[in-house]
Design a protein around this ligand. Structure first.
Ligand code: SAM
Length: 277
């Protein structure tokens, strides 16, 4: 079933000569039922302001607009995509604003009313950097209420990982400290044109009104970075430089000094950050 009256994406790509460029992380989604499904993974979009990074030929953009988003701000680095996106803007008057530029340089608050939702099939080369920025704003709660983001599956698994798994690390702690995070759907390489080498997954993160456990963000960041930089070492060795009495502080946080970072739950890392603040 068609989600709108615009031409199929293959025709759009042919009309505008949008051959995919690897340097821009271009793996396009051409199945509009799939992009509508990703839009649904973002929850009820009726009346919502949405930031989309990297709309490309606009498959996900169309899914977002057809799902009832009040306003979509789409930031695209590749100028070749702009005419295709202009056609979508014309079909949804006043609801789509397209900015040509680098998402790393743009402040969505100049264009959207918070809290906005972020929905994107991210370019893999800047995906993790953007996620870390969204998770570490100057104050909490952030300007966004949810992030619905496509990543390489391996990155998605690191975001939702639990203690005791190889995927558990800095990204899991950063994400789960201030958000609920879950994998909403996984996609095989063939879902994209051209197909990437690996599978992908959509992660849905909802911002918590306040961090799950109290801790100073800078201290928690420092502790977690050190702990996982040397993840095979016992924490008393990995964290030695943080405080002369680090073993006592670990014990005060309920962590055995002989444990490794991979075993330590988020709550205990926060307790340790508090003893070091
Ligand atoms: N959303 C489209 C889709 O699902 O078919 C395209 C997704 S493609 C994986 C990533 C898109 O991000 C490309 O259109 C690419 O040109 C764009 N892009 C790459 N780096 C960017 C950046 N720094 N800022 C904004 N867009 C970027």
């Amino acid at each position: 079933m068609a989600i709108d009256d615009l031409p199929p994406l293959r025709a759009v790509i042919a009309e505008h000569g949008l051959s995919a460029r690897k340097a821009l992380g271009q793996n396009f989604l051409l199945d509009l039922n799939l992009t509508a499904k990703i839009a649904r993974a973002a929850g009820d979009l009726t009346g919502a302001d949405v930031l989309e990074v990297g709309p490309g030929p606009g498959g996900l953009t169309r899914g977002l607009l057809a799902s009832g988003a009040r306003r979509v701000l789409a930031v695209e680095k590749d100028a070749r995509c702009l005419p295709a996106l202009a056609q979508i803007a014309a079909a949804y008057p006043g609801r789509l604003e397209v900015i040509e530029g680098d998402a790393l340089d743009i402040d969505p608050l100049d264009h959207l009313t918070p809290p906005y939702k972020v929905v994107a099939n991210l370019p893999y080369n800047v995906g993790t950097e953007l996620l870390i920025r969204w998770l570490t704003p100057e104050s909490w709660p952030p300007a966004w209420s949810s992030l619905t983001l496509m990543f390489q599956r391996e990155v998605a698994e690191r975001i939702v990982a639990q203690p005791g798994s190889k995927a558990y690390g800095r990204l899991a702690i950063l994400a789960q400290w201030r958000a609920d995070a879950q994998i909403a759907l996984t996609l095989p390489p063939e879902a994209f044109t051209p197909p990437p080498k690996v599978s992908s997954a959509v992660v849905h993160l909802t911002a918590l009104p306040e961090p799950r456990y109290p801790a100073d963000p800078a201290v928690l960041e420092r502790v977690v970075a050190r702990a996982f930089n040397q993840r095979r070492k016992m924490l008393r060795a990995a964290l030695k430089g943080l405080a002369p009495d680090i073993e006592d502080r670990l014990r005060a946080a309920g962590i055995a000094p002989t444990e490794r970072a991979e075993q330590v739950p988020l709550e205990a890392f926060c307790a340790l950050a508090r003893t070091l603040s």
